[in-house]
Design a protein around this ligand. Structure first.
Ligand code: ACO
Length: 353
């Protein structure tokens, strides 16, 4: 028994924000962002739209592509680092909206590796015979992380030409190494049980090492504090992630290449056997390093960071959905997925479409 991807779907936030638009509210430039990251634009939700809202759009498209409805689902795995609430998780909220009968809904938080972790969990449910149809979704609304005030958002929209409030430009500039990297989107796949054939999830290798968790984390607003949120944490902006970008960059290049090589070796496969490699989209330069380390030709690598920026748990299913819909991945093609993210977490998966 093995889990086959029977359908996929995406839901991109509606508001296009170019690099030039960001340069209206902080000291940055299109040139810097493009050169250092490969990001050209991103999409943000309107205020009030949540991760579960985007996930619902993606899930409905994935179900439609699989020829199924919410009533056919046995389980949901929901990967996000930007949930609607501290609790409950988004999984149950999505179950209710899709009309799935009460059943297991897992909320997992492995950040940029969330989809690969989720794929393993969904596959194991199916292999164990506990579920036959599982929805796996990776969804994020990162715009809530942006420490921008209403005046900045209005300027971003181009509606207001008035100068920013005193100090706002400086506050926005302080987090520019992070805020320019992210976008809002969701993507989902429906996995169904297949008893024969060679299609489906072949293998996954997952890793986590908390030794350097502080290099990429949200330092405040958590239950290490009592109360878990207070004015001091807010004043110190401890709800905003901190990131040692260069350190994360180095770890991502090394760990992603290692995971990819390990899973190919474990399955007796080589780069030549792969149709496509879907890498987490955090920074195009990271992926170019990994591409070189693995000796991957151009036609086996796909990027979409220029369009959507980093959508964390959403990047790999978004790539999958685009490749399938554009015919770049066809039934029978072997695809390698690889990701690295906060935690630190990383992993790789092999899937035959
Ligand atoms: N616009 C203009 N200048 C900027 C910006 C910006 N948006 N951001 C930083 N700079 C400046 C810095 O202030 C610095 O200026 P200085 O030299 O005067 O001090 C200069 O550019 C270089 O800054 P670095 O941080 O050293 O730039 P770097 O080349 O390392 O690029 C980046 C930064 C893009 C963040 C890169 O380090 C990176 O991509 N790291 C990995 C990110 C990642 O993979 N994250 C994991 C996924 S996220 C998750 O899991 C939640």
């Amino acid at each position: 028994m093995r889990a086959v991807i029977a359908g996929s779907g995406s839901c991109i936030a509606p508001k296009l924000v170019t690099n030039d638009m960001l340069a209206r509210i902080m000291d940055t430039s299109d040139e810097w962002i493009r050169e250092r990251t490969g990001v050209e634009q991103r999409y943000f939700v309107e205020k009030g739209t949540s991760t579960t809202d985007l996930a619902e759009g993606a899930a409905r498209r994935a179900l439609e592509a699989a020829g199924l409805t919410g009533a056919d689902l046995d389980a949901i795995v929901f990967a996000t680092m930007t949930p609607d609430h501290f609790f409950p998780g988004c999984g149950g909220l999505l179950q209710h909206r899709l009309g799935m009968r009460p059943g297991p809904c897992f909320d997992i938080r492995q950040q940029c590796s969330g989809f690969i972790y989720g794929l393993e969990l969904a596959d194991l449910q199916i292999r164990a015979g506990k579920a036959r149809t599982v929805l796996l979704v990776g969804a994020e609304v990162h715009s809530g992380f942006m420490p921008w005030r209403e005046g900045s958002w209005a300027r971003l929209d181009g509606h207001v030409d008035a100068p920013l409030a005193e100090g706002e430009w400086e506050v926005n500039t302080r987090t520019r190494h992070l805020s320019v990297l992210f976008g809002d989107a969701a993507a989902a796949v429906v996995l169904t049980a297949a008893e024969d054939g060679d299609r489906g999830v072949i293998d996954a290798m997952l890793f986590a090492d908390g030794a350097e968790a502080d290099k990429l984390c949200v330092p405040g607003v958590g239950f290490r504090h009592r109360p878990y949120v207070d004015d001091g944490q807010l004043a110190r902006a401890e709800f905003v992630p901190v990131m040692d970008g260069r350190h994360v960059f180095r770890m991502a290049t090394t760990r992603m290449a290692e995971a990819a090589q390990a899973i190919l070796a474990r399955n007796g496969l080589a780069v030549g056997d792969l149709r496509m490699v879907l890498m987490h989209q955090a920074n195009r330069r990271i992926n170019e390093y990994v591409q070189k380390a693995l000796g991957l030709p151009e036609d086996k690598v796909v990027h979409n960071i220029h369009k959507y920026a980093n959508t964390t748990a959403g990047t790999i299913p978004l790539l999958w959905d685009e490749c399938v819909r554009e015919g770049r991945v066809r039934p029978g093609d072997l695809v390698l997925m690889v990701a690295f993210g906060a935690g630190m977490t990383w992993g790789a998966a092999l899937v035959r479409a």
